[in-house]
Design a protein around this ligand. Structure first.
Ligand code: PHE
Length: 344
């Protein structure tokens, strides 16, 4: 076979095999077999020098032409193979993002939080502003300046969590009344909310619970104002014209004092287990600021009067949503919590 024939055969063989290569790996081994250092075409190119003078030129030119053709063919084939392998990979890893996911759960505001925010918003709409105080506070702000006598049972270690002689976990948010009046001269109209602590635990009591406190001090604040504020509050939390009664009571820091009852939300006053057959449910404490309290914070009780009230947020949540046991509010049971989804 003359060299030109040999070269043409080689070209055909190479083109045929290249056309059949379906993988980059195969393509590379073909490149080595034909164009590599010891490749078939390279071997022919190397031997051209040994050919007689008159054949050299033609054979040399043909081998170079074939070499370029094969190189171009490999290059093209390699880029098509690369592109199609990427396409295969993408098709293989494709995910359908239009499929609905399963079991997504949206959260719910905790009923205590949602009632707390609701109540705060009612007072803010009446022009009250928010005040705050620490959960660990001085005994003097908790009891002494609120006119609690030295031997009052609430001061007892049995009822209150003491940190030391001076400091305790506040037993009520009334501490914020004192803190506010010490720094802000009348007129005052504030509410304060937060955690309070008492040594108490049963179906309706928890050692930690939340209170909302209110205080209004000005020149002619009266019990009528107190009644009006309480009416607006309870109309908004429960329903318009819910039955309300003010029952005389006692707190060291208010005089006169009252406890507010609402008509039972379960039996509408007919009498049931929830209201212990009385038809009424106790909802908050309130009264007119005691002159002794004004004295302790340096406000003149002859010039100013004040009203104050305090309520337990858990209790209101329980009455509003008919939750029979306060502990349900603290166990973080999702089946319980999720029933309040969408309330706020
Ligand atoms: N501090 C009282 C309590 O914890 C509630 C209260 C607040 C009563 C303000 C009257 C005025 O029970």
């Amino acid at each position: 076979m003359n060299p030109v024939e040999e070269l043409n055969n080689l070209r055909e063989e190479a083109l045929r095999e290249l056309a059949g290569a379906e993988e980059l790996k195969v393509l590379e081994s073909l490149r080595v077999a034909f164009l590599g250092k010891k490749g078939k075409l390279t071997t022919i190119l190397k031997s051209i020098g040994k050919l007689p003078q008159d054949e050299r030129k033609e054979t040399g030119a043909l081998s170079n032409k074939i070499k370029k053709e094969l190189e171009a063919c490999i290059k093209e084939k390699s880029s098509t193979l690369k592109a199609s392998s990427l396409e295969m990979k993408m098709a293989d890893e494709r995910m359908d993002i239009t499929l609905p996911q399963h079991g997504s759960v949206t959260g719910a505001a905790h009923p205590v939080n949602s009632v707390l925010i609701e109540i705060c918003e009612i007072f803010i709409s009446m022009g009250f502003s928010m005040a705050e105080g620490p959960e660990v506070d001085f005994e003097k702000y908790n009891f002494e300046m609120l006119n609690f006598p030295e031997d009052h049972p609430a001061r007892d270690m049995q009822d209150t969590f003491y940190i030391n002689n001076e400091l305790l976990l506040r037993a009520h948010t009334s501490t914020v009344q004192i803190r506010t009046m010490l720094v802000q001269p009348p007129p005052v109209a504030i509410i304060a909310s937060g955690k309070v602590y008492r040594k108490d635990a049963d179906q309706t009591h928890s050692p930690m619970f939340h209170q909302i406190e209110g205080l209004m001090v000005d020149r002619a604040v009266t019990f009528k104002d107190l009644r009006g504020i309480v009416r607006i509050l309870l109309d908004n939390i429960f329903h318009k014209d819910i039955p309300i009664r003010f029952r005389p009571s006692f707190f060291p820091f208010t005089e006169p004092s009252a406890e507010v009852d609402i008509g039972c939300t379960v039996c509408n006053g007919a009498g049931c287990k929830m209201c212990k057959d009385s038809g009424w449910l106790e909802i908050m404490g309130c009264g007119m600021v005691d002159p002794n309290v004004f004295d302790s914070v340096g406000i003149d009780p002859l010039r100013f009067t004040g009203l104050a009230f305090g309520m337990g947020v858990e209790r209101i949540a329980m009455l509003k949503y008919r939750i029979p046991d306060i502990r349900m509010l603290f166990t973080n049971n999702m089946r319980f919590n999720l029933q309040f989804r969408g309330l706020r």
